[in-house]
Design a protein around this ligand. Structure first.
Ligand SMILES: [Zn+2]
Length: 279
């Protein structure tokens, strides 16, 4: 077991096909494989292993891609079977979802799936029953909470990293003023300049915490057609932000790592090194 580096960047990709979430989405070009390969090639270039939170349906659509993620040594974790929001499902339906996901992943050669990320950070006060279901299916950790008020989801009263109902929760990092948002991934990571991101990362590391992230295939898709993304409330300004700085993700991640000497790790290996007794 490797020792825990002092500054850890938990780089992760939520592997999903945005075309599945918008009306007539499949009129747009296929973009998941080419953009996932950009992540895989960049991770090889910097010699790092990361975590892919995968939607079961996307795994069924792209068998070879999932096998390639496993072949290159990355962790495969769960982003639900059909990108279901936990606040809109029931314990029984969620059990079926987990079962279907795990059947798909086992069939593709995943040997140990321990991690879970709720779509759109929908683990909240109302949906925390889901921890019990995750435990039933052998999951050991989750990275599903946005510990702040948010127009979509969020669990502002959440107490911080730790064990919840038998599952270790790694909530998103919320930046300090004026960046009181989850700066480590997606649109916020692309929007803020490196000097702000790097300061926020150093603040996080100085508190002994890892910087968590949540990237998607579309975050590096520089050729994507213009369409209204889900959860934007049809707001053109928010939607414009969805396309900002997609060509800069890898350079900014490298800048963050240089600025604080941070190391990228798989979530499961980070937790194993941090808590050797945690299974
Ligand atoms: Zn997602």
């Amino acid at each position: 077991m490797s020792a825990l580096p002092s500054n850890v960047f938990l780089f992760s990709i939520d592997l999903e096909d945005v075309r599945d979430f918008i009306p007539a989405g499949h009129q747009y070009r296929e973009a998941v494989p080419v953009n996932t390969l950009k992540y895989l090639d960049w991770l090889d270039k910097i010699n790092a292993k990361a975590t892919f939170f995968i939607v079961g349906k996307t795994a069924r659509d792209y068998h070879d891609l999932i096998r390639e993620i496993i072949r290159r040594g990355h962790e495969t974790a769960c982003h639900t079977d059909t990108h279901v929001h936990l606040t809109r499902t029931t314990p029984d339906a969620f059990r079926k979802d987990c079962e279907s996901f795990l059947t798909t992943m086992t069939g593709l050669g995943a040997t140990s799936v321990k991690g879970f990320r709720a779509p759109t950070f929908s683990m909240t006060e109302q949906s925390k029953w889901a921890y019990g279901v995750l435990r039933e299916f052998g999951f050991t950790y989750s990275s599903s909470v946005l510990p702040s008020a948010n127009p979509l989801f969020g669990w502002p009263e959440f107490k911080g990293e730790g064990m919840y109902d038998g599952i270790y929760e790694l909530p998103m990092n919320i930046g300090t003023w004026p960046v009181k948002v989850p700066f480590g991934g997606g649109v916020y990571f692309r929007f803020f300049p490196s000097f702000i991101l790097n300061t926020q990362a150093r603040n996080t590391f100085s508190k002994g915490r890892a910087v968590l992230s949540y990237f998607h295939p579309y975050d590096v898709d520089t050729d994507q057609e213009r369409f209204m993304h889900p959860h934007m409330n049809n707001n053109p300004v928010l939607n414009w932000l969805m396309y900002v700085n997609r060509s800069k993700v890898f350079a900014k991640a490298e800048s963050l790592m240089r600025s604080s000497g941070a190391t990228i790790m798989r979530y499961d290996q980070y937790l194993a090194a941090k808590m050797p007794t945690h299974e």
